[in-house]
Write a protein that binds this ligand. Structure first.
Ligand code: 4AD
Ligand code: MG
Length: 571
């Protein structure tokens, strides 16, 4: 589909046509590399630039194990491929290339050999290399020993062959530097290549008597007591890489669609959602009143500030930490989580919002499927989650995701119960929030499903009434299988009088006149409706919930490195 048709599908007014990364010459995307790290800078201007001599080994970035086991494919890049995703109304064509071909050599320590090859290091025979990592296990076999070494960048550890004296002091968890020859494996069973060590340095020991991550199965509950150590488990390291990949891909998606990434504040003066579930910020200085003169809070959503920024730029987005003091002790709730939020000006219906969110996730999953980190996640989740790949496929199937109104959703839920297909703990009733069991039923039945136009009484003050029905508001929740609500969004009330009226009815403004608005701390927000207001809308996505779904991890506490939830803030 031509780019102009894609812009039309999103129906977002465009300052100019949407840009694809393909439209940018590779040279314009070339990162600037600090010459101190670089042994060669093949930039177009390098011929005239003063030449830098090769940095000494200690000035170079140590090489990763991935660069040895998978030369030519960084974890966060996809191999050259073209992915076409068709939704009911659009075709999104994404062309991605191995980013390494675009990037200068950043002075990775590849030793004296070539360090090149394909697949599992084949072709890199007899190359002198140095690797760093942590010992996963050591097998002592008479004269030689085999050490599995990992640095979290690969799904399988590197195998090093060590002579007896070189093994002294090495145990699970210890950190090492090993130099030697990267040779075709003699046994060929574990790995096609292995590192035959010439020099082994123990950087930091790990007492086998006390190291908590011994080579045996540990429960997720136990691992949660060790948030500082559990990233060393290969799957947890892969989840860290997955998050990084997602952030990078989403950043590209928004850039290509002319969204500007913004950095709204973390300390805020109001509770955006009006639910009162805020953490208050205070200084530890006693007796001088409030640091900011009045109580301030950690943000529960960047939406209101993004609305101000979207009144200056047509499309903005952010990926920010978000804090909620809700005492929800569930597998889907954290007290500190990352929310991806976007705000779009000049839109009059929900469709562009729904289209952007659907395209965003389809684009992300398409890229994940062909990335090395995607393959690593599949390899590592293996037996625990054999259906993971099918789960990804389900998200990029042709045909748009189901869209239905709240009213239709209630009818579907009631009919299902009447027909004995399901028994809910809480019957579905118009005017009440959908329970998690309802959301799961709908997502189980339809796959990802947008539910729109909820009753106004159960939604926040800032939502615009639905077109032609004042009882409901123009909002949506995107429900996903397993994780339930993934995204919430709406059109915003952009008319001054109506907004102030909503704020009064929601108890945010007390009394008549301007004094109440001043007291609410939201004068600035209402001002936006006085000066150049326009129809607009936006959404917020729970990043950690999406990571759960894409990685197959059942509990949100296990995809966040240092999770915080009610009663727990360890490390
Ligand atoms: O539905 P929510 O509350 O929407 C808002 O905050 C809007 N102001 C966003 C906007 O329009 N800019 O939150 C958005 C998403 C939810 O759908 C859910 O995925 C996630 O944030 N979320 C949580 N994730 C983890 N832990 C929690 N306690 C969460 N609360 C919400
Ligand atoms: Mg919500």
């Amino acid at each position: 589909m031509p780019m102009c048709a894609r812009a039309a599908r999103l129906s977002v007014p465009s300052t100019r046509q949407f840009l694809c990364s393909r439209a940018c010459p590779p040279s314009s995307r070339r990162p600037i590399i600090n010459p101190r790290f670089s042994s060669s800078l093949p930039t177009p201007s390098s011929a005239s630039a003063p030449s830098h001599s090769s940095p000494a080994p200690e000035q170079q970035l140590p090489r990763t194990i991935a660069s040895l086991l998978h030369p030519g494919s960084a974890a966060n890049t996809t191999t050259t491929t073209t992915t076409t995703t068709t939704t009911s109304t659009s075709t999104v064509t994404t062309s991605t290339t191995d980013a390494r071909s675009d990037q200068p050599d950043i002075g990775i320590d590849v030793g004296t050999g070539t360090g090149t090859g394909t697949g599992n290091g084949i072709g890199a025979d007899s190359t002198n290399v140095t690797v760093h990592g942590w010992i996963k296990s050591v097998r002592r076999m008479g004269k030689v020993s085999f050490a599995s070494v990992t640095d979290g960048t690969t799904s399988t550890p590197l195998q090093a062959v060590l002579a007896k004296p070189q093994v002294a002091g090495l145990s699970t968890g210890s950190s090492v530097r090993i130099s030697g020859e990267w040779k075709q494996s003699r046994s060929g069973t574990v790995q096609q290549n292995e590192l035959v060590a010439a020099d082994v340095q123990l950087l930091g020991g790990a007492d086998p008597a006390t190291y908590p991550l011994q080579k045996k199965y540990q429960t997720t509950e136990y691992l949660r007591t060790l948030p500082h150590l559990r990233p060393r488990i290969p799957f947890n390291a892969a989840v860290l890489q997955l998050r990084s990949f997602m952030s990078q891909t989403l950043t590209s998606f928004f850039a290509e669609n002319e969204f500007v990434q913004c950095y709204p504040p973390i300390i805020t003066s109001s509770d955006c959602e009006g639910a009162g579930e805020v953490f208050t910020v205070s200084s530890n200085e006693k007796g001088n009143g409030h640091f900011f003169r009045t109580p301030k809070y950690l943000t529960v959503s960047s939406q209101l500030h993004l609305e101000a920024l979207a009144a200056a730029l047509p499309r903005v987005w952010t990926l920010s930490p978000t804090f909620r003091a809700e005492k929800s002790d569930t597998s889907r709730h954290l007290s500190e989580f990352y929310m991806l939020e976007a705000e779009l000006s000049f839109i009059e219906t929900l469709d562009p919002l729904l289209n952007v969110t659907e395209d965003m996730i389809r684009r992300l999953v398409s890229a994940l499927k062909t990335s090395r980190i995607g393959q690593d996640i599949l390899a590592l989740s293996g037996d625990m989650m054999p259906e993971l790949e099918a789960r990804w496929e389900g998200l990029v199937q042709p045909g748009g995701w189901k869209r239905l109104t709240y009213l239709s959703a209630i009818e579907v839920l009631q009919a299902a119960e009447e027909q004995g297909k399901v028994e809910f703990q809480f019957p579905a009733r118009w005017g009440e929030s959908l329970q998690s069991e309802h959301e799961k039923y709908l997502a189980g039945r339809y796959g990802p499903v947008f539910v729109t136009d909820y009753p106004r009484e159960i939604k926040p003050f800032y939502m615009l009434p639905s077109h032609g029905d004042a009882r409901t508001v123009a909002c949506f929740d995107l429900l996903f299988p397993v994780v339930g609500e993934l995204i919430g969004g709406s059109l915003r009330e952009h008319r001054y009088e109506e907004l102030v009226q909503n704020m009064r009815s929601h108890g945010l403004i007390s009394g008549d006149g301007d004094a109440g608005i001043e007291q609410s701390g939201l004068r600035w927000y209402t001002d936006l409706r006085k000066y150049g207001s326009s129809p607009h809308g936006g959404f917020g996505m729970g990043m950690d919930r999406l990571i759960c779904y894409l990685s197959g991890v059942g509990n949100i506490r296990d995809v966040v490195a240092f999770p915080r939830w009610v009663g727990r803030c360890d490390a």
